[in-house]
Write a protein of this length. Structure first.
Length: 149
């Protein structure tokens, strides 16, 4: 896993573009994040967390986090696309005053989720528990950075 660049580097490379703030799209992403959060709670309540569904839980958590980051970016007038967009979005967490360890964990989560999605990597219940705890903490911080969340 390569280290993240500075957010400004992603702008210079054209992966992130400055645009008019898009509050409507941000609200849609926030709604989707809330919908996924509710589905995640239902899964955890009805089925629970186990080694068989750990990857699903990890992917849900990642989707919730990345949607909240994108919403923050859109409200501030940024949009990322193309190769490196997910790295740019994780790098944006530094702009939201999150700690280096939080950004690094999110980057690891991004990398592992990519492994699940494209390479069939499997993770266990213990790692999924760490991701759930991270999600719980990071959601509060992302919401504190943005009055629309």
């Amino acid at each position: 896993m390569k280290p993240l660049k500075n957010f400004r580097d992603y702008i210079e490379q054209g992966i992130v573009k400055k645009q008019t703030p898009n509050k409507l799209r941000a609200e849609d992403l926030i709604k989707e994040s809330k919908r996924k959060s509710n589905s995640l709670k239902l899964i955890l309540t009805k089925i629970g967390l186990n080694n068989d569904n750990a990857n699903d839980i990890i992917e849900y958590c990642y989707d919730i986090i990345i949607n909240l980051i994108r919403a923050n970016m859109l409200i501030k007038g940024f949009n990322s696309s193309g190769i490196g967009a997910h790295e740019a979005e994780i790098s944006y967490m530094k702009e939201l005053n999150l700690t280096e360890s939080e950004v690094q964990f999110a980057n690891q989560l991004r990398y592992f989720r990519n492994g699940i999605k494209y390479y069939g990597k499997a993770f266990n219940k213990e790692y999924a528990e760490k991701v759930l705890k991270f999600l719980s903490n990071i959601k509060l911080k992302l919401k504190n950075e943005n009055p629309y969340l």
